[in-house]
Design a protein around this ligand. Sequence first.
Ligand SMILES: Cc1ncc(COP(=O)(O)O)c(C=O)c1O
Length: 393
Amino acid sequence: MSYNINDKGYYGEFGGAFIPEMLYPNIEELRQNYLKITAEESFQEEFHQLLKDYVGRPSPLYFAKRLSEKYNTKIYLKREDLNHTGAHKVNNTIGQILLAQRLGKTRIIAETGAGQHGVATATVCALMGIECVVYMGEVDIARQAPNVARMKMLGAKVVPALSGSRTLKDATNEAMRDWINNPVDTHYIVGSVVGPHPYPDMVARFQAVVSEEIKKQLLEKEGTENPDYLIACVGGGSNAAGTYYHYLDDTDVNIIAVEAAGKGIDTGESAATSVLGKEGIIHGSKTLLMQTGDGQITEPYSISAGLDYPGVGPMHANLYKTGRAEFISITDDEAMTAGLELSQLEGIIPAIETSHALAVFEHKTFKTEDIIVLNLSGRGDKDLQNYIEYFKL
Ligand SMILES: Cc1ncc(COP(=O)(O)O)c(C=O)c1O
């Protein structure tokens, strides 16, 4: 049994492409071309050259000595926060802009929650000289203001999404609506392993560079490619997918996925999709999602804009359902505390999304000899105001 995607676009029972008829030509064009184009030598060369010289890869695998001492175990941090633009998101946007160019597209649209994907998209559009429109929920525009300013500086147009909870789900709806209206010239750079097939697989493949590097780096540092545990936070699930990708079928490696419990699982203000979700369809994919008894999507809540999403990518729904990954939910308060702790123990200010993953160490006891790799998905510059207000700094 494989935990990776099958040739029909499914992870177990999750995935597929449940799309309105008007989106069919766009999705079909992608489905027929993404593997062919990304396998071309010229594509691979340009992709890896840009990851190296523009993004700054490989990102370091850093042994966090003081954090390890505190929790009496061996913790490595995969430093995606050191990438150009400050998060893992750029690995995917570099891949998709190269694909869009080869498909002859002249306009790019994207959705964003925390703004990191929006910034990464605006960045590659500036790099390639392509028009860029980013949809972002009105609530997220307010709480991630530094990233809104960056997108504008990079030449992108930021369009507020005003419906629903005015967060990531609503921004995604707006982007899909735009794509239906502009099917020929526009490519939609989806920012996580969500959406109709082939997006979850395509984004996972671009992010897989993370686990490819972890294997090499861990072999160098520990004499083994395999850690005992991999830990990553899950919004839609792209940094987690990249972290797990080359380990999915290696069941000696334990996988921990961390979701946002918001104010608490039972408070009605949460984004812990695996625990609270049921099977359903969101943004073109069959997956787990938070919904009411009659199938209406529940508005999610998290202090972290990047985890504030009522669904999860189909890869992760399958990892949850099969028990391959352990899912842990972390509240706003636990995450904020873990973010402050990393700042003061290691001199690294993490994104609030990443702080959720870091809070696992207070939840679960590891053995002294365990080797743990935690994906430090992004830096906290965008969240400074939130940290300052929360801790009254
Ligand atoms: C730093 C960071 N980590 C994690 C996420 C969550 O996204 P994903 O689950 O796709 O990695 C985001 C989303 O914006 C982010 O900015």
